[in-house]
Design a protein around this ligand. Structure first.
Ligand code: SF4
Length: 341
C-alpha cells in the first residue's frame, strides 16, 4: 500500500528531501530514494511498502538476539522489503535487495490492526520489526507500535541504527527495545560493509534511544574475517559502549557465515570470537555473548559479580531463567534488563 511519507521537506522544482534515514536523499520528481521504497510523485514523497509484509512468524526474542528483555518470551516478527545499506554479506539479501517491480509478488498486505491481532492470536508478548531494515517502513511501524502499546505488547526494532534523530523521536515514545547492528568502529569498515561514511551518527542515535527514550538497547557485531575483526577496533568499540552507553549494555559478537557476495570468505574462527569476548569483558562490559555458535557457553547469562549461571539458553527456545526480582538469587547483584520475576 502507498502512503505519503511522514518526514520530508519540499524543495525547489518539485524535488523533495527525505528525513526518514540518514541518507537524507534528495529525490527529483518521478524518482526513487536510495532504498527504492520511497518515490517522489508530483512533489510529494510516498512510501510504497506500508503494510507490505514479506515474512512474518512467531519467534523467541532470543533469536533477534535480545537476551535481557523478557527472556523466553515470544514476539510476532514482521519484515517487509528493501534496505538502505545493501551489505554484501547480508543474510536476508533476497528481501533486502528485492526489486521494486517484484514487490507486489513477494508481499501480502497486513494492516497494523491485523498485525496486533496476529500477535495476540499467536500468544506473543511483543512485536518485532525485523528481517529487513524497519526504518524503511517507518509509517507502518509507528502505527503498529502505537497500537501494540495500547494492547500491552512490547515493541522491538531490529535495526542498523541509521534512522534520523527526528524519526527516532517520533517513534521513541512507543518503542521498548532498540537492537542495533554495529558493523565496526571506523570509517573504512562502514564504507566496505554498508557503503556509508557518516557512521558516527549511528552511535549518536543509539545514545539518544537509551538516554532520551529509555529504550532497552542491545548491540550486535557480526565479525567478518579480515573485514572487521581487528582487535584494536573492537576494543575501542567495547570502550565506547562502556563509556557512552553503559557497562550493562549487552553486546553480541556473532559468527559470520559465507553468504551472497561474501561467499568466498570463510566462517569466523571460534578463537577470534572468544578473543574479542575476552577483550570486551576485560574492558568492563558485563554481558558479552557469542552468537551463531549453537550451545556455546557464552549464550548463557552469568552474574557479573559472583559468576552464577542466571539464564541458560539452548536452541533459542529452551530458556531457563533463575533471576528473581531482577537480581541474582546467589549474591543479590542487580541484573540489567527486564525480567518476568
Ligand atoms: S528512507 Fe530511503 S528515501 Fe528516505 S533517506 Fe533513507 S534511503 Fe533515502
Amino acid at each position: 500500500m502507498i502512503v505519503e511519507s511522514l518526514l520530508y521537506e519540499r524543495l525547489f522544482n518539485q524535488a523533495v528531501r527525505c528525513h526518514i534515514c540518514q541518507h537524507r536523499c534528495r529525490i527529483e520528481e518521478g524518482k526513487w530514494g536510495n532504498c527504492r521504497t520511497r518515490i517522489n510523485k508530483g512533489g510529494k514523497l510516498y512510501s510504497t511498502i506500508y503494510g507490505e509484509v514479506s515474512t512474518w512468524r512467531r519467534a523467541p526474542i532470543e533469536i533477534k538476539p535480545v537476551y535481557h528483555y523478557l527472556p523466553g518470551s515470544y514476539a510476532l516478527s514482521l519484515g517487509s522489503l528493501g534496505c538502505n545499506f545493501l551489505c554484501p554479506g547480508c543474510q536476508n539479501w533476497d528481501i533486502s535487495f528485492a526489486r521494486v517491480e517484484e514487490f507486489s509478488k513477494q508481499t501480502e498486505y497486513i494492516s497494523p490492526d491485523e498485525s496486533i491481532r496476529l500477535a495476540v492470536k499467536n500468544e506473543c508478548s511483543g512485536i518485532s520489526w525485523t528481517y529487513n531494515e524497519p526504518t524503511l517502513w517507518f509509517e507502518y511501524t509507528l502505527h503498529g507500535a502505537i497500537l501494540a502499546k495500547g494492547k500491552g505488547l512490547y515493541t522491538n526494532y531490529v535495526t542498523n541504527g541509521f534512522i534520523t534523530p527526528e524519526a527516532l523521536d517520533k517513534i521513541g515514545p512507543y518503542l521498548d527495545v532498540f537492537r542495533v547492528d554495529i558493523k565496526g568502529f571506523d570509517k573504512k569498515t562502514y564504507s566496505r560493509i554498508a557503503h556509508i561514511t557518516n557512521w558516527r551518527r549511528i552511535l549518536e542515535v543509539i545514545q539518544r534511544a537509551g538516554r532520551k527514550w529509555h529504550m532497552h538497547v542491545e548491540l550486535v557485531t557480526n565479525i567478518i574475517p579480515l573485514i572487521n575483526d581487528d582487535p584494536a577496533h573492537l576494543k575501542a568499540l567495547a570502550q565506547w559502549i562502556k563509556n557512552e552507553l553503559s557497562s550493562d549494555t549487552p553486546w553480541h559478537i556473532t559468527r559470520f557465515y559465507p553468504n551472497w557476495r561474501m561467499s568466498d570468505i570463510p566462517p569466523t574462527p571460534l578463537k577470534t570470537l572468544e578473543t574479542i569476548c575476552e577483550i570486551a569483558l576485560a574492558e568492563g562490559l558485563k554481558y558479552v555473548y557469542i552468537g551463531n555458535v549453537p550451545d556455546h557457553q557464552r549464550n548463557n547469562t552469568y552474574c557479573p559479580k559472583c559468576g552464577k549461571t542466571l539464564i541458560e539458553r539452548k536452541n533459542w527456545d529452551r530458556v531457563k531463567c533463575l533471576i528473581k526480582g531482577g537480581t541474582c538469587p546467589e549474591c543479590m547483584e542487580k541484573i540489567a534488563g527486564k525480567f518476568t520475576s
